[in-house]
Write a protein that binds this ligand. Structure first.
Ligand SMILES: [Zn+2]
Length: 288
């Protein structure tokens, strides 16, 4: 067990299990069992990190099939996801994709080393929970195998944890297999990549910009009233208020209608995109 994961209580019986600078996973515990929302990169043993927090049986739910949300599935026996994610989850992530990601992760660490002293002197934004960690010593051996077989989750399905319930909401847009999880009793909304306090990825081949805008409008209109905290899967700002649902929906509406004019730029992997800046978040979309 390395200190790759940052674990922090964020609400009663609810924890952030983060790979700081990479992925935010969340553990939600009931009386009978717990749900882990996303399993991260799979470069560290998230099974041990979770077992150190809860002794309940754990269901791992992938918010979608992108590799950084299912990398640690192999540490669990009980996995669930949207039906259209299941084929991808059964396959290994191509090793070349992981090598490319590692190169960017090392670049990110060098960036953090350069800025750490300035942050401690001037800004005080990094905390123990959010400071990026050195890569595990065996990072070059990183593999993400397929499986275990995931069971399908239905839209509006309620996952009973014992005295606590999570509702599955189908939220296509970022990917066709995206879901969010709502803990209505506590007002907690686990957003996956459907809400991001940084770059919204709406430029990859499996993104549907119009569907993404429609999902965000629906969340703002029909779900935000039940939400007190939103927990996105990326960036160091892992908790935002429900107003973010409306602002994200408005931003996407401006992108779809052409009211927002994007600027040429790049995503974190260096691929060309159009960037639509909205102050505390950005919508990335394809150049063409
Ligand atoms: Zn994604």
């Amino acid at each position: 067990m390395t200190d790759w994961f940052a674990v922090e209580p964020i609400a009663p019986r609810t924890w952030l299990i983060a790979e700081p600078g990479h992925v935010n996973c969340f553990l939600v515990e009931g009386d009978d069992r717990a749900v882990l929302v996303d399993t991260g990169l799979g470069i560290g043993d998230i099974g041990s990190a979770v077992a150190a927090v809860t002794d309940r049986p754990v269901l791992a739910v992938n918010t979608h099939s992108h590799s950084d949300h299912r990398g640690g599935n192999r540490f669990f026996t009980d996995v669930a996801a949207h039906p259209s994610a299941l084929d991808t989850l059964a396959q290994e992530v191509p090793p070349a994709q992981l090598r490319d990601y590692l190169a960017v992760a090392r670049e990110q660490l060098r960036a953090y080393d350069r800025m750490r002293a300035d942050d401690r002197r001037f800004f005080h934004l990094f905390t123990r929970t959010t400071e990026p960690r050195p890569l595990p010593p065996d990072a070059d051996e990183w593999r993400v195998p397929g499986g275990p077989a995931a069971r399908p989750l239905a839209d509006r399905e309620r996952i009973d944890l014992g005295g606590r319930e999570l509702t599955v909401l189908y939220t296509p847009g970022h990917s066709p297999d995206s879901v969010c999880l709502l803990d209505e009793g506590s007002g907690l909304f686990f957003a996956g990549d459907t809400l991001i306090t940084g770059d919204f990825w709406a430029h990859t081949p499996d993104t549907d910009l119009a569907a993404f805008a429609g999902t965000l409008r629906w969340l703002a209109d029909d779900v935000a009233g039940a939400v007190s905290h939103v927990f996105p899967a990326h960036t160091l700002r892992y908790r935002v208020g429900p107003d973010f649902l409306r602002r994200a929906a408005d931003g996407f509406a401006d992108v779809v209608s052409g009211r927002s004019v994007g600027e040429p730029g790049a995503d974190l992997l260096g691929r060309s995109v159009l960037r639509h800046e909205f102050g505390d978040f950005t919508v990335l979309r394809p150049v063409s």
